[in-house]
Design a protein around this ligand. Structure first.
Ligand code: N01
Length: 541
């Protein structure tokens, strides 16, 4: 750490450093400006977008509706931006984020192509010292790491990954300066999470042969992609602040449009089937019932989706392999696509079920399973991320006790309200562990967390308190509360998923998402401010 600091040539100061320029980063820069704080922004990519910059694979699209997955803090942004699709493509979302960054005048504050490598806090001066790949050290009072939950790609844990002689692509690092052409090629896709499910139908359109290597099947339901409803747009534009407030009052931070009106427990079998079919047709099957959160209701939803999936695939063996029999709906992040399952009805698309014939190694000419070598020209890794804690561990973040955050979290994440960590004062972590994060609408969450973070900073400035960190007791209480709600979520503690780090060999198995709901989360945050931060320690310099 020290040597990195000494090696740097330039030093400058500002109040706030914001790292990352996705939904949270752009809004954080705007908030800092609005509150009269001096700021610097750093972004390792060449443009804004965060997740939506990097994941430019064919078919990349948000499966949360665009009217939901957007900022609501500024009326003119809501009024002046028109989505072309009810579920926007990656390209459109990145364009939207650029539009917002320009509108908010924050582009000039961001150093692009600049990675933050390390950050060290000193209690002597109460400052963060941030080192970048441009060999610059910047000193600030508040550090906001808006680096996303899904920004650190998982390194493929397969023998021989470097042996392949053909072309290799990662969905999480899709090339920006190359049009990838699969025409006439034999392509292998490894991974069938949300990215694989979106990319596979697109790749199948031009590939000569497509082999999909599936380790675990996922639930796949229809998406709402299609034209925007003009009445809905008009309704949202009428009062964006009310829309934003209403979303914060819900469980998931979504504009509450579609949800079953009937309760699972009050219906007979025929009524349940009717409600499920109605929700399937309306593309809101996870919310088919008012009480869809119940384990019994979840079991009915899981069974119904499995039945619908089986109906769409012609070959019986393939259909059975594609259906997730091992976990309940929502145990892993469910996928949405109107084309994925039907893709397996094409004669040149083949499923390789790794539960039957596991990959033994990648070889120069293709992928060797326990059965045979499948010859390939291209391999696409849709193998996911070291989620939530991975992006933080990629930076050497050193706290007041001399420990790196990766050491402090060696047994799993520990924080309070998902945003601050004991021994890391004035470090703010939007979309990190133990917040509603990936189980909520990330756009609503970005606004809520950045508001909370800057309202906290305002409070510190107005009360002459230079440093804040959560107390160990609050962190323990928050860990217990997170676990308490995880136990109530079907499949949360029993399914192997990236929500709990199970996709990364050796990562501690801790369910990393707060499932108490957005409303409760928001209220708990603002109760802290209202009561003068009883769950925190206010330190002196
Ligand atoms: O990653 P994943 P993703 N051998 O981790 C498999 C968001 N997102 O990029 O399940 C063989 O879900 C792995 O298998 P298994 C969304 O939150 C949103 O697809 O671990 N297979 C799995 O099938 C999503 O959840 C949108 O057994 C291996 C796949 O690779 C999150 O991003 C769109 C393997 C990884 O799936 C991550 O999605 C896209 C190995 N060694 C993504 N290692 C929206 O629409 C891994 N796998 C908003």
């Amino acid at each position: 750490m020290t040597s990195q600091r000494q090696a740097c040539e330039i030093r400058s100061d500002c109040d706030v450093i914001v790292v990352g320029s996705g939904f949270a980063g752009i809004y954080a820069l705007w908030q800092a400006r609005q509150r009269g704080l001096s700021l610097r922004g750093f972004e390792r990519a060449s443009d804004v977008g965060g997740t939506w910059y990097w994941n430019a694979y064919p078919g990349a699209r948000c499966d949360v509706e665009s009217y939901n997955y957007a900022y609501f803090f500024d009326e003119s942004i809501v009024r002046d931006w028109s989505w072309s699709d009810a579920c926007a493509s990656q390209e459109e979302i990145q364009r939207y984020l650029k539009f917002v960054a320009e509108r908010c005048n924050v582009l000039e504050d961001i150093a692009f192509n600049t990675e933050v490598l390390a950050a060290t806090h000193s209690l002597e001066d109460g400052l963060w010292s941030v080192t970048t790949s441009a060999e610059e050290t910047v000193i600030c009072r508040y550090l906001v790491l808006a680096i996303g939950a899904l920004s650190e790609p998982k390194t493929p844990d397969i023998e021989g990954v470097n042996s392949f002689s053909g072309d290799v692509y990662f969905t999480s690092r899709w090339p920006k300066d190359e049009v990838v052409d699969f025409s006439g090629k034999r392509v292998g896709v490894i991974g069938t999470g949300s990215s694989g499910v979106q990319a596979i139908p697109e790749i199948a359109k031009s590939a000569a042969e497509l082999h999909v290597f599936q380790r675990t099947a996922n639930y796949v339901t229809p998406t709402r992609s299609g034209p925007m409803d003009p009445n809905l747009v008009a309704q949202l534009r009428k009062n964006p602040h009310a829309v934003r407030q209403a979303a914060r009052e819900t469980y998931g931070g979504h504009t509450p449009l579609d949800i079953g009106t009937e309760r699972f427990l009050e219906l007979d079998d025929a009524g349940r089937e009717r409600a499920l079919q109605k929700a399937w047709d309306g593309k809101y099957v996870p919310l088919a019932f008012r009480d869809a959160y119940l384990f019994e209701a979840n079991a009915a939803i899981s069974e119904f989706v499995r039945k619908k999936m089986l109906e769409q695939v012609e070959d019986e063996w393939t259909a059975n392999q594609l259906v997730p029999w091992d976990h309940p709906y929502g145990g892993k992040r469910p996928c949405m696509s109107n084309a994925y399952l039907q893709t397996y009805n094409l004669p040149h698309v083949h499923l390789v079920s790794l539960s039957e014939t596991p990959i033994e190694q990648i070889v120069a000419g293709g992928i060797k399973t326990s059965k045979d070598v499948i010859p390939l020209d291209v391999i696409v890794y849709a193998t996911g991320f070291d989620a939530i804690s991975g992006p933080l561990f990629a930076i050497d973040i050193c706290g007041t006790d001399g420990k790196l955050i990766s050491e402090a979290w060696a047994d799993g994440p520990s924080n309070y309200l998902g945003t601050m960590v004991h021994c890391f004062p004035n470090l703010f972590l939007p979309s990190s562990a133990m917040s509603p994060s990936v189980l909520s609408n990330m756009a609503t969450l970005a606004e809520q967390q950045i508001d909370f973070i800057f309202d906290t900073i305002d409070w510190l400035e107005n009360n002459g308190r230079p440093l804040i960190q959560p107390s160990p007791e609050s962190q323990e209480r928050w860990r217990e509360e997170t676990l308490h709600y995880a136990k109530q979520r079907p499949g949360a503690l029993t399914t192997k998923s990236w929500y709990s780090g199970a996709n990364i060999p050796g990562k501690p198995r801790v369910f990393m998402v707060y499932c108490g709901g957005f409303k409760r989360y928001n209220e708990t945050c603002y109760k802290e401010i209202a009561e003068g931060f009883p769950g925190y320690e206010l330190l002196k310099i």
